[in-house]
Design a protein around this ligand. Structure first.
Ligand code: FAD
Length: 296
């Protein structure tokens, strides 16, 4: 019996939801996580009203396309999938982008419109909402460097608010504002005459990515952030975990900061691998690892 769905039904809300949603086929990791209730919301006011109507004791999470997310089998809560797909230009070099736009679509849109500095997004498989939440980046770029402002809805109170870049104290792969569901952002690049160099950089990053990371596999990307001065993959390698397997998952031989589900893994296999690496790296090298993957 899905107690959360039953509770929500009694509220008679004007918003449709799905219940007992399996993420096995639709998530990057491809493990069987089932969510009690999933809402898809495409309007800021509706998102705010929905949050205000939901029972406070049930945890709520926004998700993008799960490229950094592991959903446990025994997860209980409400998932909201924001559906904000705006993509428009103003002031020549500024782009307003909805939080569910894919990073790669933003990179292409910027390139078509002769706006540079968005090239790195071409190789990150998430959404802009996920990028704001994680301060995503690669190849010397990160979203914090482009952001002018971001708008969101507070997941505890339903407040709608716009934040200037200076109010979000981004760090490497970290945004401290965890109670906000991002709906849109304004990002600023550099207007250029000729966009062929933009396309060249996009291709260069893509080629680098293909050479350095496993492709076409079920993964959540980097398991750990790089600790100061170290590379997470080197530490995993040093403690002998390259290729190490638990159940249906293993640390990739190709890029060992990636965990791959190649044999019907369950979330617990992946969690055990993460905990094992944390313990071994701390016991042997006295380094505390910080997880990049988010576990619900
Ligand atoms: C093959 C591969 C390569 C990758 N390479 C990189 C890389 O080079 N650089 C990098 O930074 N990341 C990389 N990642 C990780 C991932 O793509 C990014 O973190 C991405 O930004 C996550 O976006 P998402 O939409 O998939 O978010 P999800 O995975 O769905 O969610 C991740 C987190 O963001 C939160 N979130 C998502 N949307 C919102 C929203 N609208 N409002 C508030 N919170 C939200 C979720 O609650 C969760 O905490 C890689 C992943 C894979 C699988």
């Amino acid at each position: 019996m899905n107690l959360i769905a039953e509770k929500i039904k009694k509220l008679n809300l004007p918003y449709k939801f799905q219940e007992n949603v399996s993420f096995k086929k639709s998530s990057w990791f491809g493990v069987e996580g089932v969510c009690d209730v999933v809402f898809k919301i495409d309007n800021c006011d509706d998102l705010s009203k929905l949050i205000q109507s939901l029972p406070k004791e049930i945890p709520i999470f926004a998700i993008g396309v799960t490229s950094n997310l592991l959903i446990r089998e025994n997860f209980h809560g409400i998932i909201i999938k924001p559906r904000f797909n705006d993509l428009k230009i103003f002031n020549e070099n500024e782009i307003e982008v909805g939080s569910s736009v894919l990073d790669i679509n933003l990179a292409n849109f910027a390139a078509e419109n002769h706006i540079a500095n968005f090239e790195f997004f071409n190789t990150i498989p998430g959404t802009i909402g996920g990028a704001i939440a994680m301060n995503s980046g690669c190849y010397g770029g990160e979203i914090a460097n482009l952001l002018i402002s971001a708008e969101g809805v507070n997941k505890l109170t339903g407040e709608i608010r716009k934040f200037d870049r200076s109010e979000i104290h981004f760090e490497y792969r970290h945004n401290p504002l965890k109670d906000w569901m991002w709906t849109k952002a304004i990002l600023k690049g550099k207007k250029v005459q000729n966009n062929s160099e933009i396309y060249e950089r996009m291709k260069k990053f893509y080629d680098q990515r293909v050479a350095s990371q496993p492709k076409n596999c079920k993964t959540g990307g980097s398991t750990f952030c790089n600790p100061n001065g170290d590379k997470a993959w080197e530490l995993i390698d040093k403690v002998g975990l390259r290729g190490y397997r638990i159940g249906g998952a293993h640390f990739s031989n190709h890029h060992c900061n990636f965990i791959i589900n190649d044999d019907n893994a369950v979330a617990e296999d992946i969690i055990q691998l993460i905990e094992l690496a944390e313990k071994k790296i701390f016991d042997t090298l006295n380094i505390r690892m910080k997880r990049e993957i988010v576990i619900l």
